[in-house]
Design a protein around this ligand. Structure first.
Ligand SMILES: Nc1nc2c(c(=O)[nH]1)N[C@H]1C(S)=C(S)[C@@H](COP(=O)(O)O)O[C@H]1N2
Ligand SMILES: [Mo]
Length: 316
């Protein structure tokens, strides 16, 4: 078990005052301001503002994070390229400030928020999660962010909201494959069922390794769903829509026989091109490194009940 579920954690443990202080520093580090807050500038330029979060927000420290340089330099970002090294470089041209996020659809309070206004209402936590790509590699990442549920609650979902659709920014000036309309039908779209979206493990990340999120890893705001294959964890989110019906997601549209809507990590169900039985854990050494893939990426205790009525063998 990686983090405690919300009901296991007394609220005092979720929101210790030092995390609130850290959030203020982080917001300031992002170049943002908190309304009414007078923040000294001592932390300007200091990216290491989250060094003390691991102890307070991640009770289970048994997962060893992958070396940060690997996570930063081995990225999938198809708006830029299909090459995992070049996406890191090319993504630096993205413009991510200012940033706003539209929340609409089946909600009582549709709104477009500036990112700083979202952050000013959230407590940032560090969560160390396994991350598993359908290509057969994995890593362990200490993300910094907050539960997606907390943001959705701000919009007050209606009872008709059954699914959530996420959309990545359109920025053809900086994204070559969007400009040239290559490979995928952009903007990148992903989706979750409402109960998956509201699950306490599902988070929006704004940082990793105690620093703000690098552009190539999805800055300024990305989804992280640790029990699903990595392509579900959509980067650079500008729109979140609550819907009655499942959205058509980018990979599902481009290759429905390869990429399902659910995409729960499952070693027993092969992708047409890759067995999902084992994975190469980045940074663990080339020859010794394959590890057995776990059902729901090891988060079954927390999420299996979401799928109790589904025959998992038929779902990719
Ligand atoms: N907008 C967008 N989000 C995306 C992708 C992408 O190409 N575009 N790639 C996905 C895939 S396939 C994976 S494995 C993860 C990779 O995250 P990382 O580059 O931070 O490791 O991001 C996902 N989110
Ligand atoms: Mo992926």
């Amino acid at each position: 078990m990686i983090i405690k579920t919300e009901k296991d954690i007394p609220s005092s443990e979720i929101t210790p005052p030092e995390i609130f202080q850290e959030r203020r520093k982080f917001i300031q580090m992002l170049g943002l301001t908190l309304a009414g807050a007078n923040i000294p500038s001592a932390f300007a330029g200091d990216n290491k503002v989250f060094s003390n979060l691991a102890k307070s927000a991640t009770p289970d420290n048994s997962l060893k994070p992958t070396p940060v340089e690997l996570v930063k330099n081995y990225t999938n970002y198809y708006e830029f390229t299909f090459n995992k090294d070049d996406s890191t470089k090319l993504a630096q041209s993205m413009v991510i400030d200012p940033w706003s996020v539209e929340i609409s659809g089946e909600v009582e309070k549709p709104a477009t928020y500036h990112l700083e206004d979202i952050l000013s209402q959230q407590t940032l936590e560090e969560r160390i999660y396994r991350f598993r790509c359908v290509e057969g590699w994995s890593m362990v990442v200490p993300w910094v962010g907050f539960s997606l549920a907390n943001l959705l609650k701000m919009a007050k979902p209606l009872s008709t909201a059954q699914f959530v659709k996420f959309t990545t920014i359109e920025q053809p000036e900086t994204m070559p494959n969007q400009r040239e309309k290559k490979m995928l039908d952009f903007p990148y779209v992903e989706g979750l069922r409402i109960d998956e979206a509201m699950h306490p493990l599902t988070m929006l990340a704004v940082g990793m390794y105690g620093e703000k999120l690098p552009k190539q890893n999805g800055a300024p705001l990305r989804l992280v769903v640790p029990w699903k294959y990595g392509f579900k964890s959509i980067k650079a989110i500008v729109k979140i829509e609550l819907l009655k019906k499942p959205p058509l997601t980018t990979w599902n549209k481009s290759a429905p026989q390869e990429y399902g809507f659910y995409a729960n990590v499952n070693p027993a169900v092969s992708h047409p091109r890759w067995s999902q039985n084992s994975e190469r854990l980045l940074g663990s050494g080339f020859f010794t490194s394959r590890r057995q893939t776990e059902l729901f990426n090891g988060y079954g205790e927390q999420v299996a009940s979401l799928y109790k009525d589904m025959d998992l063998r038929h779902f990719f």
